[in-house]
Ligand binder design. Structure first.
Ligand code: PLP
Length: 439
């Protein structure tokens, strides 16, 4: 017998099953196909092929019972989440379509969008931790992420234990032991392992599989998720959920947005962890705005094409730079020298990406001369856009990192970070050649 439910209690489903079809001819469709339509039915929007931008702060309920039901879902009084749209701080159509499509790339159960990568990271950490807790994290991290753990979380009584990206299984075992002891001494737990791989700006890789083994040996996996910032290689060249991570973080500002014209972030992964992050986002705000979500839908249609082309360009450029007499070395994942790093790369990555570091012979002065001479590449921080960018991390993005930590992480004065775009590769090589001649 089925429960009789008063029809007025049931909200009209906004999504028809047709929009959520993921297979064709009995096999799963590829993400590049799904980016053109998944999660959106033109019939619901006057036949508009592309989703309109829904500029509204709130949504009219069909009736009071539906409003009550939606709030039960939003507040967690009823399991299963919200069935309908309520208020744009919680969610809205452009963001929902975006989140459905983001989840596809990482093979995630669910995804959440944010107003920036840092908002995503901050809300993730705040949702996971309470006073006395310890965050375990890899190093290097993007400087603001590292600062958020060390300075902001510290204000709320949360401490950290960090480890170098390439740590071995034995070292990871020791790190987990240390974190557990530190948490016990502080009366807390280890509620989050936070990774960035490849690390910004050195491209050092973390062995996610080994981190999972160490986490499982020391902590309850249901209470200690592994989150990883996949901004440098995702979503195309690395799918960390396949290696045992529980949550994947992005600065969508980079490759996913891909045109250097928006700022946004996301967290995707297992529903049980996503629910807690969503609850805090509902309270605090920080969701991507509808315009940005719409632009990201446009970007997702070409993310594979853009990343493939940028990756091919980077391979050509790095082949040139590696032979140049004024270049001391490269931090490029297509030319790894360390066997352990190569082993991690082989197990975790399907492409070397297009962001790398070049070590110029000399120091800051030589790097500045090189940067000032570039004509095609732009002198700007950020990465993953259609255009090639170059910057000097030690004096720019990582200026706030203390000198000893910079030295320990390999962020030297002669390091230039380059993000290769989708220009003609010969033009890029000619540009780097003439700029190196000025050094
Ligand atoms: N993670 C990485 C690896 C980054 O490089 C950045 C920004 O450069 C961020 C996170 C922060 O992202 P956003 O600038 O979108 O807040």
């Amino acid at each position: 017998m089925t429960d009789a439910i008063d029809p007025v209690d049931q909200p009209t489903p906004r999504r028809k099953p047709k929009e959520l079809i993921t297979t064709i001819g009995g096999r799963p469709m590829k993400p590049s196909t799904l980016m053109m339509g998944y999660g959106y039915d033109p019939v619901l929007s006057e036949g508009s092929l592309k989703p309109p931008i829904f500029l509204t702060s709130t949504f009219a309920f069909e009736n009071a019972a539906a409003g009550k039901r939606h709030f039960e879902g939003i507040t967690g009084k009823r399991a299963g989440g919200a069935e309908g749209l309520v208020y744009s701080r919680f969610n809205a159509p452009n963001q929902e379509i975006l989140e459905d499509r983001l989840a596809i790339w990482d093979g995630a159960e669910e995804a959440l969008s944010f107003s920036s990568g840092m908002t995503a990271i901050a809300i993730l950490m705040l949702a996971a931790c309470k006073a006395g807790d310890v965050i375990v994290h890899s190093g290097p991290l993007y400087a603001a992420s590292e600062g958020f753990v060390a300075k902001i979380m510290a204000k709320y009584g949360v401490t950290y234990v960090d480890f170098p990206a390439g740590a071995t299984p034995e070292q990871l075992d020791e790190v987990m032991r240390k974190a557990k002891a530190q948490a016990e001494a502080q009366g807390g737990e280890v509620p989050l392992i936070y990774l960035e791989s490849p690390g910004n700006p050195t491209n050092a890789l973390v062995d996610v599989e080994a981190v999972k083994t160490a986490r499982d040996a020391h902590f309850d996996p249901d209470r200690c998720p592994i989150a990883i910032d996949n901004t440098f290689l995702g979503p195309l060249w690395q799918r960390p959920l396949d290696q045992g991570a529980d949550l994947v973080v992005y600065s969508l500002t980079k490759y996913v947005g891909g045109h250097s014209d928006l700022v946004a972030g996301s967290v995707s992964g297992k529903k049980r962890f996503i629910d807690a992050i969503r609850a805090l986002r509902n309270t605090m705000g920080g969701i991507a705005d509808p315009n940005t979500a719409w632009m990201l839908l446009r970007s997702l249609e070409t993310v594979e094409l853009r990343m493939e082309r940028a990756g091919q360009n980077a391979e050509r450029v790095c082949a040139f730079l590696s032979q140049h007499p004024k270049v001391e070395g490269l931090g490029y994942l297509g030319m790894i020298k360390d066997p352990r790093q190569q082993d991690i790369y082989n197990r975790h990555c399907t492409g070397a990406g297009s962001t790398f570091s070049v070590f110029i012979k000399g120091g800051e002065a030589e790097c500045f001369r090189f940067l000032d001479a570039l004509k095609v590449a732009k002198l700007a921080v950020s990465l993953g856009g259609t255009e090639t960018l170059a910057s000097h991390p030690a004096s720019m993005t990582h200026l706030s990192v203390p000198d000893e930590r910079k030295a320990a992480l390999g962020i030297t004065d002669n390091l230039v970070r380059i993000s290769i775009g989708i220009e003609d590769p010969d033009d890029l090589i000619a540009d780097f050649d003439q700029a190196l001649a000025k050094v």
